[in-house]
Ligand binder design. Structure first.
Ligand SMILES: [Fe+2]
Ligand SMILES: [Fe+2]
Length: 148
């Protein structure tokens, strides 16, 4: 499995969201390297980090989306829950020694769903903001406290 590359197009322009996303990216790439080496302990550790990073990021992003009045929060949150379930399943699989090969394929699927979240839902709100005529500075000024 190839490591994933960060593209500028993934950037939402909101530092806090982008920071979380980059962190999740780094953990995913570390996990891929551990899978390639067959390092079960490191896989298990990073799978735990991955779950924690998602559990931290999703409520913050959803709170932000609610604050700006984004209309598709429920749909986006449901997508997040699916992703979190997949991440937990992956962590479970990593933690089962004696099961043969490490679960590279489930992780690959998880990463593709995660990238769909970054590329789709997480960028969609920018269009919404533009349509509403809200610019980044105004939003940060009004809703900066969400990310605490
Ligand atoms: Fe998201
Ligand atoms: Fe996100």
């Amino acid at each position: 499995m190839k490591e994933i590359e960060w593209f500028e197009t993934y950037e939402t322009g909101f530092e806090e969201i982008d920071h979380d996303h980059r962190n999740i990216f780094d953990i995913a790439n570390g996990t891929m390297r551990a899978l390639a080496r067959g390092d079960r302990d490191e896989c298990l550790r990073l799978a735990g980090d991955f779950v924690i990073a998602l559990e931290t990021h999703f409520p913050r992003e959803e709170a932000f989306l609610r604050e700006i009045g984004y209309p598709h929060v429920a749909k986006h949150a449901a997508h997040h829950q699916g992703l979190l379930r997949q991440a937990n399943r992956f962590a479970d699989l990593c933690g089962r020694p004696g099961q043969g090969a490490l679960p590279a394929e489930p992780f690959e699927k998880l990463v593709s769903v995660m990238l769909a979240d970054f590329r789709g839902g997480d960028l969609d709100f920018r269009t919404f903001l533009m349509e509403k005529g809200l610019d980044k500075a105004m939003v940060e000024d009004r809703f900066g406290s969400v990310w605490l």
